[in-house]
Design a protein around this ligand. Structure first.
Ligand SMILES: Cc1cc2nc3c(=O)[nH]c(=O)nc-3n(C[C@H](O)[C@H](O)[C@H](O)COP(=O)(O)OP(=O)(O)OC[C@H]3O[C@@H](n4cnc5c(N)ncnc54)[C@H](O)[C@@H]3O)c2cc1C
Length: 268
């Protein structure tokens, strides 16, 4: 159906697409294809090394999953801190990616955890990382008719940080997620992803490089987290100024890394 209709669009939970349609003139050729009742796409399953998360899994399901809390802590935190209860009941993982917002919370956590999306379309099936799918604000590389069906999220130690204008029901002024692999107290590998501070989520490559091989300490992490400003290009918008985002991002990056290290067994 999506392939046949030139204006075909997937409707999952509808918390983004209906807002867009309410705000703009509805295109004449719009065809909404509701996938929300496909039970096979609304499942969380576990393998030895990864969690498999169907595209229709909602934020409420993520936040209520003991396996997600334990093995994908950043994702669990991002889901809990997204929106409010009513929206979380409908908002899906696939929709968070499909919207391609630089402020998306679940995307931030998934990218830090190196999640791989399984995509099914008229041309066959393929796997892609989120950085390859989301190419700009509201832009994806998904071809007509392609659906993200499932995410494979490797199990690991991770944490998520978000700052908004309020404590709840708030879009991120900035968000950050970190994934870490420790050997004793030493960082063997690190991924840090920042959202709402550039046209897409970005990796804090300089922070990752500066901390890899280092022994974890609050002082070292806070110092190296300052390098995060080299990875971002924040704007001033209705939520915050460029100055504020530049100040707050290193603080959030440090907090996310330290919390991920705690998840990995490091004790302060
Ligand atoms: C009041 C409010 C508060 C919000 N707060 C937050 C917040 O704090 N943090 C946050 O990150 N977001 C927030 N959002 C945004 C929204 O809830 C999320 O992005 C949500 O995950 C979107 O999922 P959905 O199922 O509702 O998507 P839909 O609206 O159904 O779809 C969104 C887009 O993704 C596409 N799509 C959907 N599923 C797929 C799929 N499987 N494969 C490919 N494309 C697909 C659709 O075609 C559409 O373009 C908020 C929204 C509202 C209305």
């Amino acid at each position: 159906m999506l392939e046949a209709a030139p204006g075909g669009k997937i409707l999952a939970g509808g918390t983004d697409i209906l807002v867009t349609l309410n705000g703009n003139a509805v295109p004449d050729d719009l065809t909404l294809v509701h996938i929300g009742e496909i039970a096979e796409l609304r499942r969380i399953t576990e393998t030895e090394t990864a969690l498999k998360i169907g595209c229709l899994v909602t934020d409420t399901m993520l936040a209520g999953s003991a396996a997600v809390e334990k093995y994908a802590h950043a994702l669990w935190q991002a889901a809990r801190e997204s929106a409010g209860p009513q929206v979380r009941n409908r908002a899906t993982v696939g929709g968070n990616i499909g919207t391609a917002s630089p402020a998306a919370d679940v995307v931030c956590a998934l990218e830090a955890m190196d999640a791989v999306a399984h995509i099914v379309g008229p041309g066959g099936e393929r796997d892609a990382r989120l950085g390859e799918i989301i190419t700009g604000p509201k832009k994806t590389s998904l071809a007509r008719g392609e659906i993200i069906t499932e995410l494979t999220v490797p199990k690991g130690a991770s944490a998520f940080e978000k700052i908004g204008k309020r404590q709840a029901m708030t879009i991120s002024i900035a968000n950050a997620a970190a994934w870490v692999e420790l050997e004793g107290d030493t960082i063997r590998a690190l991924r840090v992803v920042i959202g709402s501070a550039a046209p897409t989520h970005v990796r804090a490559a300089e922070v990752e490089a500066a901390l890899t091989g280092q022994k974890v300490s609050r002082a070292v992490v806070e110092e190296k987290a300052r390098l995060a400003v080299h990875s971002i290009s924040p704007l001033t918008d209705q939520r915050a100024t460029q100055w504020y985002r530049t100040e707050v991002v290193p603080v959030m990056v440090a907090r996310a890394i330290l919390a991920a290290c705690e998840q990995g067994g490091w004790n302060t």
